[in-house]
Design a protein around this ligand. Structure first.
Ligand code: HEC
Ligand code: HEC
Length: 388
């Protein structure tokens, strides 16, 4: 708190506001101390994501250079036409359609998220079926509806095109590796590249910095970002889940998105396989010291048993950085625009019966006024980073 000394009226407000999130009196001057702390957590992230102890090549520039080529290479797919880039454009976009097309015209079940800033997450895929960035890359490579590849195709391509580079990074030729080691190294090179895809410095960050200064001067209400931030933090409760530097808690919630995929259960269905996966972050291909990652997995395992209802139909909170570029929205890709997203939250999710599982207790009708909705959409749009 010491960076932002506050006026006494704020302290007075904080006593009332600190009863808990959602209990803040709507008439209370914004922000209370509690809310201020949340706002301070939104600052723009460091240029490099935190070190991933499970991938010792994660910050190796040679691995990243190999990973760049692999990310863009359709020769790794069985059909010869699909690369990671087909569905994720490195400038932040993904496909504009709800679903994406893989080999032989097969269609993905979900909407491709942005890969920008993916180095900051620890769970991947909407349902969390990968627990580190490098092991995520194996799923689309091997998925019959994406790149439909095999270890043989991977070995052939690496040998024909990248043998020398591969050996420089990993110390062996592709032909000398086991299938599993080859797959793990492929993922680690791709992840080293993805960790460089950050587009974080957005107008939003400048707005938050300026707003915090205005709070100190007792001029919060005059600041142009006042209504957007107030709605995001207080009435909309968005910051409950979209928090911290990446505007995501990296957790799973059911927000009542319309079920258009036959009752899929989200993380509740995906986690068991991930927890026993050879390539998970506690497995033999992880570079982390033994035990370091297992707590994280154990916690999810416990949650699956103890919070089964909460995790039924729950999906990962996506980052909101660059969100304007990744539409259409939600795991279903069924919500077309940011205006529609705000409407969905405003009605407290779809009516019961239209989504799988039980909606999170934090999701309720918001009764937003038109200007609050507009301010929220404007705030979301301000989260698009500048191209480096
Ligand atoms: C045919 C389209 C397609 C291809 C090809 C593809 N992806 Fe994806 N990607 C998707 C979809 C769809 C999802 C969401 C899947 C889900 O959650 O069920 C996704 C999810 C991801 C995520 C998770 C992001 C997050 O925040 O959870 C990452 C990272 C990613 N892909 C990277 C890659 C890489 C690396 C490759 C190449 C090895 C690749 N993708 C190839 C469509 C594709
Ligand atoms: C209880 C946690 C929670 C709260 C509160 C919450 N969100 Fe979300 N948000 C999520 C989750 C989880 C998803 C993905 C849901 C899915 O696809 O099923 C999501 C998805 C989104 C998306 C779509 C992003 C994309 O790339 O598809 C936007 C935009 C968004 N939220 C904005 C907001 C706004 C604005 C608010 C406040 C009005 C808010 N959220 C409140 C958890 C939350």
């Amino acid at each position: 708190m010491s960076r932002h000394p506050l006026r006494s009226w704020l302290f007075a407000g904080a006593l009332v506001g600190s009863l808990g999130f959602g209990c803040t009196d709507p008439e209370e001057p914004f922000p209370t101390l509690d809310e201020l702390e949340k706002l301070q957590g939104l600052h723009s992230p460091a240029r490099r994501p935190p070190v991933d102890p499970t991938n010792k090549y994660g910050d190796d520039p040679l691995a990243a250079s190999l990973g760049t080529k692999l990310f863009n290479d359709p020769g790794l797919s069985s059909c010869g036409t699909v690369s990671c880039k087909s569905c994720h454009d490195a400038r932040g976009g993904s496909v504009d359609t709800p679903k994406a097309l893989g080999c032989n015209g097969a269609q993905t079940g979900r909407n491709p998220p942005t890969v920008l800033g993916s180095g900051y997450s620890t769970w991947f895929m909407w349902d969390g079926r990968a627990d580190r960035l490098w092991n995520q890359a194996l799923l689309p490579l091997l998925s019959p509806i994406e790149m439909a590849s095999t270890p043989e195709i991977l070995r052939g391509r690496l040998t024909a095109t990248y043998a020398a580079e591969y050996k420089t990074v990993f110390g062996k030729l592709p032909s000398e590796e086991t299938d599993e080691q080859l797959l793990a190294n492929f993922g680690k090179a791709i992840a080293a590249y993805e960790r460089t895809l950050n587009r974080n410095e957005a107008p939003f960050d400048q707005d938050v910095i300026r707003f915090l200064a205005a709070v100190e001067q007792g001029k919060a209400e005059q600041d142009p970002a006042y209504l957007g931030l107030k709605t995001f933090v207080r009435k909309g409760q968005c910051i409950l889940c979209h928090k911290g530097t990446m505007l995501s808690d990296d957790q799973f919630h059911n927000i009542g998105v319309k079920d258009v995929s036959g009752g899929q259960r989200g993380v509740a269905a995906a986690a068991d396989a991930m927890l026993t996966w050879t390539f998970n972050s506690a497995g033999p291909y992880s570079d982390a010291p033994a035990g370091l990652e297992s707590n994280r997995l154990l916690r999810l395992g416990n949650d699956l048993r103890q919070k089964a209802t909460e995790l039924e139909g729950a999906y990962k909170t996506p980052t909101l950085r660059n969100v304007e570029l990744s539409g259409p929205y939600m795991h279903t890709g069924d919500v077309a625009t940011l205006e529609d997203v705000v409407e969905l939250y405003n009605k407290g999710g779809e009516p019961t019966g239209n989504f799988a599982g039980v909606v999170s207790t934090s999701i309720a009708p918001l009764n937003l006024a038109d200007e609050e909705k507009k301010a929220l959409v404007q705030l979301l749009k301000s989260m698009t980073g500048a191209v480096k």
